[in-house]
Design a protein around this ligand. Sequence first.
Ligand SMILES: Nc1ncnc2c1ncn2[C@@H]1O[C@H](COP(=O)(O)OP(=O)(O)O)[C@@H](O)[C@H]1O
Ligand SMILES: [Mg+2]
Length: 260
Amino acid sequence: MVPPVPTSPYERQRRMSNDAVQLRSVTKTYGTGDRAVTALQEVSLTLPRGSFTAVMGPSGSGKSTLLQCAAGLDRADSGSVLLGDTELTGLSEKALTLLRRNRIGFVFQAFNLLPMLTAEQNVMLPLRLARRRPGRNEVREALDRVGLGDRAGHRPSELSGGQQQRVALARALITRPEVLFGDEPTGALDSTTGRQVLTLLRELTDREQQTVVMVTHDPVAASYADRAVFLADGRICGELLRPTAQDIAERMTKLEEAPC
Ligand SMILES: Nc1ncnc2c1ncn2[C@@H]1O[C@H](COP(=O)(O)OP(=O)(O)O)[C@@H](O)[C@H]1O
Ligand SMILES: [Mg+2]
Protein backbone atom coordinates (compact mmCIF):
# COMPACT_ATOMS: atom_id res chain seq x y z
CA MET A 1 0.00 0.00 0.00
CA VAL A 2 1.29 3.47 -0.88
CA PRO A 3 1.49 5.64 2.25
CA PRO A 4 -0.61 8.82 2.11
CA VAL A 5 1.20 12.05 1.27
CA PRO A 6 1.91 13.89 4.55
CA THR A 7 -0.29 16.91 4.91
CA SER A 8 1.15 19.18 7.59
CA PRO A 9 4.74 20.12 8.48
CA TYR A 10 4.24 18.35 11.77
CA GLU A 11 3.15 15.19 10.02
CA ARG A 12 6.14 15.40 7.66
CA GLN A 13 8.44 15.88 10.61
CA ARG A 14 6.96 12.90 12.38
CA ARG A 15 7.34 10.73 9.31
CA MET A 16 10.87 11.93 8.71
CA SER A 17 11.95 11.16 12.22
CA ASN A 18 11.27 7.42 12.09
CA ASP A 19 14.12 6.09 10.00
CA ALA A 20 17.68 7.30 10.06
CA VAL A 21 18.68 5.40 6.92
CA GLN A 22 16.82 3.52 4.24
CA LEU A 23 18.37 1.49 1.46
CA ARG A 24 15.92 0.45 -1.22
CA SER A 25 16.99 -2.16 -3.71
CA VAL A 26 20.59 -0.94 -3.78
CA THR A 27 22.90 -2.56 -6.31
CA LYS A 28 26.61 -1.85 -6.58
CA THR A 29 29.06 -3.37 -9.06
CA TYR A 30 32.80 -2.80 -9.14
CA GLY A 31 34.72 -3.08 -12.41
CA THR A 32 33.32 -3.90 -15.82
CA GLY A 33 33.10 -6.80 -18.28
CA ASP A 34 34.68 -10.08 -17.15
CA ARG A 35 36.08 -8.40 -14.10
CA ALA A 36 32.77 -7.03 -12.84
CA VAL A 37 32.00 -7.94 -9.23
CA THR A 38 28.52 -7.33 -7.91
CA ALA A 39 29.16 -6.33 -4.32
CA LEU A 40 25.51 -5.56 -3.47
CA GLN A 41 22.44 -6.99 -5.17
CA GLU A 42 19.13 -5.29 -4.56
CA VAL A 43 19.77 -4.73 -0.90
CA SER A 44 16.95 -3.17 1.10
CA LEU A 45 17.49 -2.25 4.72
CA THR A 46 16.03 0.25 7.17
CA LEU A 47 17.82 1.60 10.21
CA PRO A 48 15.30 3.03 12.67
CA ARG A 49 16.42 6.10 14.58
CA GLY A 50 18.05 5.28 17.88
CA SER A 51 18.76 1.67 16.92
CA PHE A 52 22.03 -0.25 17.06
CA THR A 53 22.47 -2.65 14.12
CA ALA A 54 25.26 -5.13 13.46
CA VAL A 55 26.00 -6.15 9.87
CA MET A 56 27.55 -9.59 9.59
CA GLY A 57 28.59 -11.94 6.84
CA PRO A 58 31.55 -13.79 5.39
CA SER A 59 34.52 -11.90 4.02
CA GLY A 60 33.69 -10.39 0.62
CA SER A 61 29.92 -10.53 1.23
CA GLY A 62 29.53 -6.76 0.72
CA LYS A 63 29.48 -5.44 4.31
CA SER A 64 31.90 -2.57 3.75
CA THR A 65 30.24 -1.68 0.45
CA LEU A 66 26.87 -1.55 2.17
CA LEU A 67 28.20 0.78 4.84
CA GLN A 68 29.95 3.01 2.33
CA CYS A 69 26.87 3.33 0.14
CA ALA A 70 24.70 4.07 3.17
CA ALA A 71 27.15 6.71 4.44
CA GLY A 72 27.61 8.50 1.10
CA LEU A 73 31.26 7.41 0.86
CA ASP A 74 30.46 5.47 -2.29
CA ARG A 75 27.64 5.64 -4.79
CA ALA A 76 25.09 2.95 -5.51
CA ASP A 77 24.64 2.03 -9.19
CA SER A 78 20.91 1.73 -8.77
CA GLY A 79 18.31 1.82 -6.06
CA SER A 80 17.87 4.51 -3.51
CA VAL A 81 19.68 5.56 -0.34
CA LEU A 82 17.94 7.90 2.07
CA LEU A 83 19.55 9.61 5.03
CA GLY A 84 16.55 10.90 6.95
CA ASP A 85 14.55 12.40 4.10
CA THR A 86 17.58 13.19 1.92
CA GLU A 87 18.02 11.07 -1.19
CA LEU A 88 21.77 10.53 -1.60
CA THR A 89 21.82 9.01 -5.07
CA GLY A 90 21.26 12.26 -6.97
CA LEU A 91 23.52 14.51 -4.89
CA SER A 92 26.54 16.31 -6.34
CA GLU A 93 30.01 15.51 -4.99
CA LYS A 94 30.00 18.80 -3.13
CA ALA A 95 26.64 18.14 -1.51
CA LEU A 96 27.77 14.62 -0.56
CA THR A 97 30.94 15.98 1.01
CA LEU A 98 28.93 18.42 3.11
CA LEU A 99 26.49 15.72 4.08
CA ARG A 100 29.31 13.40 5.21
CA ARG A 101 30.90 16.24 7.12
CA ASN A 102 27.77 17.38 8.92
CA ARG A 103 25.44 14.42 9.23
CA ILE A 104 27.55 11.25 9.26
CA GLY A 105 30.13 9.85 11.66
CA PHE A 106 32.46 7.03 10.61
CA VAL A 107 34.98 4.93 12.49
CA PHE A 108 37.17 2.25 10.95
CA GLN A 109 39.26 -0.64 12.14
CA ALA A 110 42.34 1.59 11.84
CA PHE A 111 41.88 4.57 14.11
CA ASN A 112 43.23 7.06 11.54
CA LEU A 113 44.21 9.67 14.10
CA LEU A 114 46.77 12.27 13.13
CA PRO A 115 49.92 11.37 15.10
CA MET A 116 51.19 14.93 15.59
CA LEU A 117 47.94 16.16 17.09
CA THR A 118 46.70 15.68 20.65
CA ALA A 119 43.45 13.85 21.36
CA GLU A 120 41.71 17.20 21.74
CA GLN A 121 43.08 18.52 18.43
CA ASN A 122 42.10 15.32 16.63
CA VAL A 123 38.55 15.58 17.95
CA MET A 124 38.35 19.25 16.95
CA LEU A 125 39.32 18.54 13.33
CA PRO A 126 35.83 17.88 11.89
CA LEU A 127 34.60 21.18 13.34
CA ARG A 128 37.48 23.01 11.72
CA LEU A 129 36.74 21.30 8.40
CA ALA A 130 33.12 22.41 8.74
CA ARG A 131 34.44 25.90 9.58
CA ARG A 132 32.66 25.78 12.87
CA ARG A 133 34.27 27.37 15.87
CA PRO A 134 34.10 24.82 18.69
CA GLY A 135 32.21 25.87 21.80
CA ARG A 136 34.49 26.30 24.80
CA ASN A 137 33.58 22.95 26.33
CA GLU A 138 32.42 21.10 23.26
CA VAL A 139 35.60 19.13 22.63
CA ARG A 140 36.11 18.34 26.32
CA GLU A 141 32.53 17.12 26.54
CA ALA A 142 33.06 14.87 23.51
CA LEU A 143 36.11 13.38 25.21
CA ASP A 144 34.16 13.02 28.46
CA ARG A 145 31.44 11.14 26.61
CA VAL A 146 33.98 8.48 25.65
CA GLY A 147 35.57 8.48 29.10
CA LEU A 148 38.77 10.27 28.06
CA GLY A 149 38.32 13.70 29.60
CA ASP A 150 41.67 13.29 31.34
CA ARG A 151 43.60 12.44 28.17
CA ALA A 152 42.88 15.56 26.12
CA GLY A 153 46.55 16.57 25.83
CA HIS A 154 47.89 13.12 24.90
CA ARG A 155 49.09 12.23 21.44
CA PRO A 156 47.91 8.93 19.85
CA SER A 157 51.28 7.26 20.58
CA GLU A 158 50.68 7.94 24.28
CA LEU A 159 47.33 6.16 24.25
CA SER A 160 46.36 2.47 24.15
CA GLY A 161 44.54 1.03 21.14
CA GLY A 162 41.20 1.16 22.94
CA GLN A 163 41.79 4.76 23.98
CA GLN A 164 42.75 5.70 20.42
CA GLN A 165 39.54 4.16 19.09
CA ARG A 166 37.60 6.12 21.71
CA VAL A 167 39.28 9.33 20.51
CA ALA A 168 38.24 8.35 16.97
CA LEU A 169 34.70 7.87 18.29
CA ALA A 170 34.71 11.28 19.96
CA ARG A 171 35.93 12.75 16.67
CA ALA A 172 33.12 10.99 14.78
CA LEU A 173 30.54 12.21 17.30
CA ILE A 174 31.63 15.84 17.69
CA THR A 175 29.33 17.01 14.89
CA ARG A 176 26.38 15.15 16.48
CA PRO A 177 25.88 12.97 13.39
CA GLU A 178 22.52 11.41 12.66
CA VAL A 179 24.18 8.05 12.15
CA LEU A 180 27.42 6.61 13.45
CA PHE A 181 28.91 4.01 11.09
CA GLY A 182 31.63 1.61 12.21
CA ASP A 183 33.47 -0.78 9.88
CA GLU A 184 34.93 -3.41 12.20
CA PRO A 185 35.60 -0.77 14.88
CA THR A 186 36.83 -3.41 17.33
CA GLY A 187 38.73 -5.43 14.73
CA ALA A 188 42.13 -4.18 15.87
CA LEU A 189 41.42 -4.37 19.61
CA ASP A 190 41.89 -7.18 22.11
CA SER A 191 38.66 -8.55 23.55
CA THR A 192 38.74 -6.52 26.79
CA THR A 193 39.29 -3.14 25.14
CA GLY A 194 36.97 -4.16 22.32
CA ARG A 195 34.24 -4.68 24.88
CA GLN A 196 34.79 -1.22 26.36
CA VAL A 197 34.23 0.28 22.93
CA LEU A 198 31.13 -1.89 22.37
CA THR A 199 29.72 -0.92 25.77
CA LEU A 200 30.23 2.69 24.80
CA LEU A 201 28.36 2.20 21.51
CA ARG A 202 25.53 0.50 23.41
CA GLU A 203 25.39 3.42 25.87
CA LEU A 204 25.32 5.97 23.06
CA THR A 205 22.22 4.24 21.72
CA ASP A 206 20.55 3.78 25.11
CA ARG A 207 21.38 7.16 26.62
CA GLU A 208 21.42 9.46 23.62
CA GLN A 209 19.33 7.56 21.07
CA GLN A 210 22.34 7.63 18.76
CA THR A 211 21.71 5.52 15.64
CA VAL A 212 24.64 3.13 15.26
CA VAL A 213 25.44 0.60 12.55
CA MET A 214 28.52 -1.54 12.80
CA VAL A 215 30.11 -4.18 10.62
CA THR A 216 31.70 -6.99 12.55
CA HIS A 217 32.56 -10.63 12.12
CA ASP A 218 32.60 -11.23 15.87
CA PRO A 219 29.37 -12.76 17.26
CA VAL A 220 30.10 -11.33 20.72
CA ALA A 221 30.47 -7.83 19.27
CA ALA A 222 27.23 -8.24 17.30
CA SER A 223 25.38 -9.33 20.45
CA TYR A 224 25.67 -5.75 21.75
CA ALA A 225 23.35 -4.64 18.95
CA ASP A 226 19.54 -4.62 18.87
CA ARG A 227 19.61 -6.50 15.62
CA ALA A 228 22.08 -8.47 13.53
CA VAL A 229 21.60 -8.40 9.75
CA PHE A 230 23.28 -11.10 7.67
CA LEU A 231 24.77 -10.64 4.24
CA ALA A 232 26.00 -13.32 1.84
CA ASP A 233 27.13 -12.73 -1.73
CA GLY A 234 25.84 -9.18 -1.72
CA ARG A 235 22.35 -10.07 -0.57
CA ILE A 236 20.59 -9.75 2.76
CA CYS A 237 19.67 -13.17 3.99
CA GLY A 238 18.02 -12.77 7.32
CA GLU A 239 18.30 -11.03 10.64
CA LEU A 240 18.13 -11.76 14.33
CA LEU A 241 16.54 -9.43 16.87
CA ARG A 242 18.15 -9.02 20.28
CA PRO A 243 20.49 -11.86 19.37
CA THR A 244 22.76 -13.74 21.73
CA ALA A 245 26.34 -14.38 20.66
CA GLN A 246 25.48 -18.07 20.39
CA ASP A 247 22.49 -17.49 18.07
CA ILE A 248 24.71 -15.37 15.87
CA ALA A 249 27.57 -17.86 15.79
CA GLU A 250 25.14 -20.61 14.75
CA ARG A 251 23.67 -18.47 11.97
CA MET A 252 27.16 -17.58 10.71
CA THR A 253 28.15 -21.24 10.57
CA LYS A 254 25.02 -22.04 8.56
CA LEU A 255 25.74 -19.14 6.21
CA GLU A 256 29.25 -20.35 5.53
CA GLU A 257 28.02 -23.88 4.80
CA ALA A 258 25.07 -22.87 2.61
CA PRO A 259 24.75 -19.23 1.58
CA CYS A 260 21.14 -18.14 1.12
N1 LIG B 1 37.11 -0.91 -4.84
C1 LIG B 1 36.81 -2.14 -5.27
N2 LIG B 1 37.15 -2.55 -6.49
C2 LIG B 1 36.83 -3.79 -6.95
N3 LIG B 1 36.18 -4.71 -6.20
C3 LIG B 1 35.84 -4.37 -4.95
C4 LIG B 1 36.13 -3.08 -4.41
N4 LIG B 1 35.67 -3.02 -3.14
C5 LIG B 1 35.10 -4.22 -2.91
N5 LIG B 1 35.19 -5.02 -3.98
C6 LIG B 1 34.67 -6.39 -4.09
O1 LIG B 1 33.29 -6.37 -3.73
C7 LIG B 1 32.97 -7.49 -2.93
C8 LIG B 1 32.44 -7.02 -1.56
O2 LIG B 1 33.51 -6.37 -0.87
P1 LIG B 1 33.36 -5.74 0.57
O3 LIG B 1 32.16 -4.88 0.59
O4 LIG B 1 34.66 -5.11 0.93
O5 LIG B 1 33.09 -7.04 1.46
P2 LIG B 1 33.27 -7.29 3.04
O6 LIG B 1 33.39 -5.97 3.72
O7 LIG B 1 32.04 -8.06 3.44
O8 LIG B 1 34.48 -8.15 3.20
C9 LIG B 1 34.21 -8.33 -2.83
O9 LIG B 1 34.15 -9.32 -3.83
C10 LIG B 1 35.32 -7.36 -3.13
O10 LIG B 1 36.43 -7.99 -3.69
MG1 LIG C 1 34.91 -5.14 4.87
